[in-house]
Design a binder for this molecule. Structure first.
Ligand SMILES: Nc1nc2c(ncn2[C@@H]2O[C@H](COP(=O)(O)OP(=O)(O)OP(=O)(O)O)[C@@H](O)[C@H]2O)c(=O)[nH]1
Ligand SMILES: [Mg+2]
Length: 382
């Protein structure tokens, strides 16, 4: 297998910046004058009507510093405070230190996170010696908060589905070649009773993405906060190009499962709906039936597959549906309805419960759960 394949990101959704709070102003011991506070550095939420996922422009702010606090003087005993410096970032941004400490999160426009504090001005408490501002590297990372995420190998039809069921500010690109979607795309599912559910369409994931193949797997950070996984599989399987091996739909499913757990073992505990797409294509029904049979008998099938195909923990599949995102509106409408049902069934609490249970997970129990769910919910719509 060609392990060097790398596709260049066209989006920057994480930056690391060196920032400094401004130094405090000098105090005036003779008159008890207090220097002004150095300016703070904040990250502030701001909706960008043009692009949601690009922090590219923030890179120019490397080295940003809060303003100097003013010195105390005979005429103005209390020095003026230094000017705050503001870094604008879109909602769903987290700010963390180099060591991984969470400084704060931006949920919506106007939210502010203090990322570097200005130094105190000179005052009696510090012997009138002005203090330097805090200085360090911070990481500013966009982590989408959406209800549902669309995950799959390239070309599976994720963006086609997004286009069919969701309204999006951005027009998804759809094409018959891998890696059409290069940056995560947000959409909204709208229901007749005005309920809305957010969905994110992700770039294609391939095997060895954890080793930086394809687009890598860093965009999976957008999956971390979603409640439901929509796993999309092409019923015809996947082949990146003639230099790479063909993968059957079952192998595609297992390899996706593996990549998800390699990014974060907790991801696979999210409830998942598996969509077998392109059911309008040749032999689809027969392949679908075999795939479902294999998934229902996964215990017997796994040992027959090579080691590198076997995930440690199987995805929590709640339902499998055969759909045609491009050609069958009924199947697409079904998916939209089921997303809502699953979301309401599996609340945050359940996810949290699953996550904390991880330490004591009994694999056989999980497998049984997986199989029972599959037997209950196996629909074919095309
Ligand atoms: N026959 C058929 N083709 C489909 C169906 N859904 C999608 N396609 C085609 O599959 C190709 C890939 O579709 P995309 O929606 O771009 O796939 P994607 O999963 O978003 O791909 P990446 O963005 O590269 O990860 C396009 O040529 C679509 O027209 C389907 O239900 N049936
Ligand atoms: Mg796409």
């Amino acid at each position: 297998m060609n392990r060097t394949l790398r596709i260049k990101h066209n989006f920057i959704d994480a930056v690391r910046l060196y920032i400094r709070g401004g130094p405090g102003g000098a105090g005036l011991p003779k008159y008890g004058g207090i220097g002004g506070q150095g300016g703070n550095v904040y990250v502030e939420g701001k909706n960008d009507p043009v692009k949601l996922y690009d922090l590219r422009s923030l890179r120019d702010l490397n080295g940003l510093r809060g303003g100097n606090g003013g010195a105390s003087s005979q005429f103005s005993l209390v020095g003026r405070n230094g000017k705050d410096a503001i870094i604008h970032a879109p909602p769903s941004t987290v700010c963390i230190t180099e060591a991984g400490t969470l400084l704060g999160e931006i949920y919506e426009e106007g939210d502010r996170v203090l990322v570097a504090r200005g130094g105190d001005g000179g005052s009696p408490t510090n012997g009138f010696m002005p203090q330097l501002g805090e200085k360090h590297h911070v990481k500013i990372i966009i982590k989408t908060i959406s209800d549902v995420s669309l995950v799959g190998f390239p070309n599976a039809g994720k963006s086609t589905l997004l286009k069919a069921i969701a309204r999006s500010r951005f027009k998804p690109r759809i094409a018959a070649y891998p890696f059409t979607t290069l940056s995560p795309l947000m959409g909204t599912l709208e229901y007749p009773d005005l309920r809305t559910i957010s969905i994110v369409d992700l770039p294609g994931l391939i095997e060895m993405a954890h080793a930086n193949r394809g687009l890598g797997h860093s965009f999976l950070r957008h999956v971390e906060r979603t409640k439901i996984l929509l796993i999309m599989i092409d019923v015809q399987g996947f082949q990146l190009d003639h230099k790479n091996p063909y993968r059957t739909p079952l192998e595609t499913f297992l390899l996706l499962n593996k990549e998800l757990e390699l990014y974060d073992p907790l991801l696979v505990y999210k409830p998942a709906m598996v969509l077998i797409n392109k059911m309008d294509t040749k032999n689809a029904t027969a392949i679908y039936d075999r795939l479902v049979h294999d998934l229902q008998n996964i215990k017997d099938v796994l040992p027959t597959l090579p080691e590198e195909m076997r995930p440690k923990q199987l995805l929590q599949v709640q339902e499998i549906a055969g759909v045609s995102a491009k050609k069958n509106e009924k199947s697409v409408a079904y998916v939209k309805d089921r997303i809502r049902v699953l979301l309401d069934l599996y609340t945050d609490e359940l996810c949290a419960e699953n996550a904390t249970d991880l330490a004591t997970v009994d694999n056989s129990k999980d497998e049984k759960l997986f199989l029972n769910k599959l037997k209950e919910h196996n629909v074919k719509l095309v």
